[in-house]
Design a protein around this ligand. Structure first.
Ligand SMILES: [Fe+2]
Length: 412
């Protein structure tokens, strides 16, 4: 039940349903969330709101909140019967080591993949996308990227031979979040772009599987069907209360191209928003580096080189270059060959020198054997000259499994 209350009645444990005005007029990234800390109440009070709406089905009611509301981050029931702890996302995440963040990132990827799969099923049945289910997952991804972007990006890069359909949305969400952060966009914009990234292909749920996953070339008629997905997705999401215009714009415009040859609007470059241009770049990058039933994924380095070519006409040149500065010339999760003949997986970037990331070496191409894994920071003074990167490699060529060596000393 939705109730309007005075700000003085707001307590931890209540579920905020709506603040007056739109999401840009208050200090939170979302309009609706569980009040989990006194800090949330203080922020709402400081923002000058005197009344607000709560949802008593998702959180505590006025007369019980004072008894139920305990300390910070108290868990409360959600509309789905589970118990979760939610808090507004901020840009105050504490940086985390790669090994600490990897464990969280693994869980986040499986949660997000399951969510995208469930949402596709729901919209096929004519159900509305429930923002309450999407927001905590996006918050988790944004938080992980802010703590250490390498963890999610390494794992997602190495999972690209798995199920593309749903992982692609998770990949676009994580990459777009990292991209927004790296070009200095605000917390709100980054969060809503991440949300748009996760939902951008929701319209594909309306496309028959035999067309969507057809091995081989699509006929013109089949491609015309594929081209309906941005507008179909936009129509599905436009019915979702509280969804930001940013997420809607990304959904509708991620296939527009700067030369006016995109779809659905064939918009010329100047009429495409910056975020839609960024989403297009991330979408293309994730697609061409993924293994599909009808093509082998490119190495990340080759994909970026290809995208620089396309940036002359189709993709925004300025944004492609910014994207490369964000993910590196040899992105995290790439397999690279060192001058010494060793193969390694890139696990961390060096923002000062994109040619010298940190690499976990594990294979010697000269002896064609696995070697004792070792982590090498190519920028460190201790790294010998012969340890520079010679080229990107495709794992299939050497029949190696880089995902086993993301955590040195913890091979599985
Ligand atoms: Fe798409």
């Amino acid at each position: 039940m939705i109730k309007t209350i005075e700000i003085s009645q707001l307590r931890i444990g209540m579920y905020l349903h709506a603040l007056p005005g739109n999401w840009t007029s208050h200090p939170f990234l979302r309009n609706r969330f569980l009040i989990t800390a006194e800090e949330d109440i203080r922020k709402i009070t400081d923002a000058g709101f005197s009344r607000l709406e709560i949802d008593t089905e998702k959180g505590a009611d006025v007369h019980v909140a004072s008894q139920d509301g305990g300390g910070e981050n108290k868990a409360a029931p959600t509309a789905h019967g589970s118990s979760v702890t939610l808090a507004p996302v901020t840009f105050t995440e504490t940086p985390a080591s790669l090994s600490d963040e990897l464990a969280r990132a693994k869980v986040l990827i499986s949660q997000a993949e399951r969510l995208v799969r469930d949402l596709a099923q729901d919209v096929r049945l004519g159900k509305l996308v429930e923002l309450d289910r999407v927001e905590p997952v996006v918050e988790g991804i944004v938080g992980s990227i802010l703590r250490n972007p390498n963890a999610l990006l390494v794992l997602l890069q190495l999972k690209k031979k798995d199920d593309y359909t749903f992982l692609h949305s998770v990949g676009v969400c994580a990459l777009l979040t990292a991209f927004c952060r790296s070009v200095g966009l605000s917390a709100e914009t980054t969060y809503h772009a991440g949300l748009g990234g996760l939902l951008h292909d929701i319209g594909k749920a309306s496309i028959p599987d035999e067309i969507l996953n057809k091995p081989g070339r699509l006929t013109e008629a089949e491609f015309d069907v594929i081209k309906t997905h941005p507008e179909a997705g936009h129509a599905m999401l436009a019915r979702v209360p509280g969804l930001s215009p940013i997420a809607l714009d990304i959904t509708l415009r991620h296939h527009e191209r700067c030369d006016g040859n995109g779809y659905p609007g064939a918009l010329p470059g100047p009429e495409i928003s910056e975020l839609a241009k960024m989403a297009a770049i991330v979408d293309v990058y994730d697609a061409i580096t993924s293994e599909r039933c009808y093509h082998r994924g490119m190495t990340p380095a080759n994909a970026l080189a290809k995208m620089l070519e396309w940036s002359k006409v189709q993709l925004s040149d300025e944004h492609v270059r910014a994207f490369i500065r964000c993910i590196g010339i040899f992105p995290s999760g790439s397999l690279v060959r060192l001058a010494s003949g060793r193969l390694g997986v890139v696990v961390e970037q060096n923002s000062e020198n994109l040619l010298k990331p940190t690499v976990n070496v594990f294979f010697n191409v000269k002896s064609n054997t696995y070697i004792k894994p070792e982590r090498i920071d190519l920028a460190s003074s201790g790294a010998a000259e012969h340890e520079r990167i010679m080229c990107a490699e495709n794992p299939q060529r050497w029949k190696v499994e880089p995902h086993r060596f993301v955590e040195v000393g913890q091979m599985t």
